[in-house]
Design a protein around this ligand. Structure first.
Ligand code: ADP
Length: 527
């Protein structure tokens, strides 16, 4: 087994990996940028090394520095987490060449799957259904136009090197091609240093359903069921769950959960296809094969060659620890044959709590966490990366933590998530918690009617809160009454500031003081 692992990441995923190392008796070495000195991933690790200033390019993306720390601290492996260098084939190769086990697939596999058109070609050859589109980057606008005439609108221009929903533009008609081509190319160049674009048919209101796979270095590949990730903003996931509530997947259950691999159903087909996809990419480690599902058909979208943010929902329903599995595979262990047919239990949902303003187009928010209350109780898990006093800046991903629940069935999981969100308090930075809380009450979500345009099609989720508004009305009325009373010489003393200041406090100020979490704008941090 490995003895010492460098955790080349920050935030919740670094905390997650440190915990897994400790459970396996492995020493965990953290790295941190200057402002992250007091972050939880640092305090939780056995050793920690500063690697540079705040900008990721000077710290978490500095491969040479990371390798130097791994050597200096005597590590035998490097876990990249997700993001940063996790899908950088050069870094994976450099780790192996320097004698460290890279916790992930080979550099060749990462490079192959990282180029989306190459990945589409590999999958097509392996008989995996792919979203209709080009298998090579398109040379110019004329080529896009010619291709669109063949497959019809709408289409999506996508970055060949894409990730994180960047470099993607929907095109509904020929006259939109020029501006979309320029915008997507520019964004792809800025995000990935690679402006190449390709074309996919734009699927209307698809569901995003992905399959978790594990592959060892001995040729064993297993799949651990699906995760539904259809609730997205800006093509990025916000809520994930397992199993998917898609009726045709449920139907393939046959006689209930025991039939989760039920023969001949959509679920079994997607699982088998994911295994075929992993084999065709000579996969090793934990990976995810992503599909878009529409009208009962599924299409390969991409393969992520790393641990996913949403991996916990799979862990909750299978009882397996995917980071343990990653570390064991990296150490050369073989997957147990019992994993060929994992047992599934209950339903799990994850809400990504990000520092973003749902009322402000999900723009990243900044601040200092000055209050943090983490939910608990049965079936509740918090994978977090923040502590009170931490500064949330624009240097890094906006994910503050993930709230995950597990319950016997979907309705119970939704009720549990609503309860846990009610308990969650993060003050000092605007976040997505209140939006998640509303979604838990929304009838279409509750009915499992999910698709990737769900948020755009439910604008009521972003409307002013009725209860909040009535509270506001009551508060204002009460304050006005108090002011009137004071004007009549009554109520003296009730509305005064404490201390020796004799200046009478206005009713509305007194009310604000009594309700310290009065939202500055929008919903504030809580409903
Ligand atoms: P990235 O690698 O940037 O995350 P993906 O290819 O994984 O991009 O797609 C992310 C999301 O974008 C999908 O979950 C889906 O919501 C949307 N999307 C991508 N391709 C299509 C498509 N062809 N049709 C409709 N939506 C798509």
């Amino acid at each position: 087994m490995l003895t010492k692992v460098l955790v080349a990441n920050r935030g919740e995923i670094a905390v997650r990996i440190v915990r897994a190392c400790h459970e396996l008796g492995i020493c965990a070495v953290a790295v941190y940028s200057e402002p992250d000195r007091s972050a939880p991933h640092v305090s939780g690790a056995d050793e920690a090394y500063e690697i540079g200033p705040a900008p990721a390019a000077d710290s978490y993306l500095n491969g040479e520095r990371l390798l130097a720390v791994a050597a200096e601290s005597g590590c035998d492996a490097i876990h990249p987490g997700y993001g940063f260098l996790a899908e950088n084939p050069d870094f994976a190769r450099a780790c192996e060449e320097a004698g460290f086990a890279f916790v992930g697939p080979s550099a060749e596999t990462i490079a192959l799957m990282g180029d989306k058109t190459e990945a589409r070609s590999v999958m097509e050859r392996a008989g995996v259904p792919v979203v209709p589109g080009t298998f090579e980057p398109v040379a110019d606008i004329a080529a896009v136009r010619a291709f669109c005439r063949k497959i019809g609108y709408p289409i999506l221009l996508k970055a060949a090197a894409g990730g994180g929903g960047k470099g993607m533009r929907r095109v509904d008609s020929e006259d939109e091609i020029d501006s979309a081509w320029t915008a997507a190319g520019r964004e792809a160049e800025a995000s990935f240093g690679d402006p190449r674009l390709y074309v996919e048919k734009y699927l209307q209101r698809p569901r995003h359903i992905e399959i978790q796979i594990l592959a060892d270095a001995h040729g064993n590949v297993i799949q651990l069921g699906e995760r539904e990730c259809s609730i997205q903003r800006r093509h990025q996931k916000l809520i994930e769950e397992s199993p998917s509530p898609l009726p045709s997947l449920m139907m393939s259950d046959g006689a209930g959960r025991g039939g989760r691999g039920g023969r001949g159903g959509l679920r079994e087909k997607m699982g088998a296809t994911a295994i075929a996809a992993a084999r065709s990419a000579a996969y090793r480690g934990a990976g995810t094969v992503e599909f878009l599902v529409v009208d009962g058909a599924f299409y390969f979208l991409e393969m992520n060659t790393r641990l996913q943010v949403e991996h916990p929902v799979t862990e909750m329903v299978t009882g397996l620890d995917l980071v343990h599995a990653q570390l064991r595979i990296a150490a050369g262990e073989e997957l147990a044959s019992s994993l060929d047919a994992p047992t599934y239990s209950g339903h799990s949902i994850e809400c990504r709590i990000t520092a973003e303003d749902p009322l402000g187009d999900f723009l990243p928010a900044t601040g200092v966490v000055d209050e943090l209350r983490i939910p608990g109780g049965p079936g509740v898990r918090w994978d977090g990366g923040i502590a009170r006093g931490n500064e949330i800046s624009l240097h890094y991903d906006s994910l503050l933590g993930k709230l995950i629940v597990h319950a016997p069935d979907r309705d119970a999981a939704i009720a549990r998530m609503a309860r846990a969100l009610d308990e969650l308090v993060i003050d000092g930075v605007v976040h997505t918690g209140p939006l998640h809380r509303r979604i838990m009450d929304e009838p279409d979500f509750r009915a499992g009617e999910l698709h990737t345009s769900y948020l755009e099609e439910h604008p009521q989720l972003f409307a002013p809160d009725e209860q909040d508004e009535s509270w506001r009305a009551i508060a204002v009325a009460a304050a006005l009454l108090q002011d009137r009373d004071r004007g009549q010489g009554q109520g003296q003393g009730r509305g005064r500031v404490r201390g020796n200041d004799e200046k009478p406090e206005s009713g509305i100020d007194a009310w604000r003081r009594a309700v310290p979490r009065w939202p500055e704008r929008g919903w504030g941090n809580r409903l």
